[in-house]
Design a protein around this ligand. Sequence first.
Ligand code: BJ8
Length: 422
Amino acid sequence: MSKDYTPLWKELGLDLVKHDGLLSVLSDAYKNIYLSQKNRPEGMKYFDFVISEVHGLRIEELYEAKKEKRKVIGTFCVYVPEELVLAVDGVFVGLCAGAEVGFEDAEKYVPRNTCALIKAFMGFKLSGLCPYVELTDMVVGETTCDGKKKAYEIFDEITKKMYVMEIPNMKNDSDRKLWLGEVKKFKDKLEEISSKEITVNLLKKATEIVNQKRSALQRLSKLRAYDPSPISGLDALLVNQIAFYDDPVRFTMKVNELCDELEERVKKGEGVVPKGTPRILISGSPFAIPNWKLHAIVENSGAIVVGEESCVGSRNFRELTNQNFNSLEEGLEKIAMRYMGIDCACFTPNKERIDNAKSLFKELKADGMIHYALQFCTPYMMEAFKIEKKIDFPYMRIETDYSMEDLGQLKTRVEAFIETLR
Ligand code: BJ8
């Protein structure tokens, strides 16, 4: 880190001893998994820097933003409309949920058989390890899976900061109407806590910023379709993870710079692996940072990950919000419509996801798909079977969590799958 942030962490009430331990484990993992990769694009240096300052500079930026009376809004799901947060000049951040941290503490509040993502966000908070959650003015949850819904009730008792948006389970006209109402209520809530009014121009500007960010991520995704791929799956995953907490304008600029470099690589036929390396599309539960486990296994087994059909991936950037609106009402409708298009497994029916996964597979010229579900994530575990019956390409199902206990077993299975693709 560029300086000592201990006074800031102390002020935020973090457990300094445990926090030091966490940072040192993270830094070792990053060195082993990321910095050991060969032939990385120069443009990844920015993202390495962001990671090295994930609990440093970015936290200081958020702290400064709060001093300027800007509101920091924490989220756990891609259904929460970022545009509205930016329209009140707020800061939008995805909260820590991707590591096996504080599980013992979490299990005092939720059953052991809860998905790792939920236990992680509870654990990070309960063990005093997430500076982001301490800086938030409001944490926005959503009624997606049952685990999250119930965990948010408990999280509210602990943090007193929760605001929950009701996400319908279906996509009929009445559900869309309900969702539009929720988007409007969220706008009102943001206006209330920030004492700022969202005008049509502010909403347009915010929509443009978010669209530009998603367009940059789309551009990165398209570049991964080349064989050889100019970037590793691990690096592309990292960029997609950082999309949830970096400043959106700076992030977009850096992703576009990275893409310029990758385009040059493509022109020269340069890649991070030899042409013809087996190409894997991963589909399923989200990869909250720093969950790099499956990508590391795949890429250390002689294949390359070329895409993520996931919320930390295509589900986050596939659709832009229609910017052609002339009134606030129309703008809110376009936003509601855009987010209702997301194909999370929490919806029923959810045929779009199968269609989207199939077309992404084709677009990215993948050779095989690995369906990844976090253990106890019923929606994705169930859909894994459904997808298997509807596709005609090589496919394997994996259920895992954040622990390293099943590493050997997973590696054996993944290697065997990759072997069949050669
Ligand atoms: S839109 S995937 S981010 S809900 S992994 S907590 S589903 S039991 S995270 Fe998600 Fe929004 Fe859907 Fe995406 Fe539950 Fe599954 Fe755990 Fe999950």
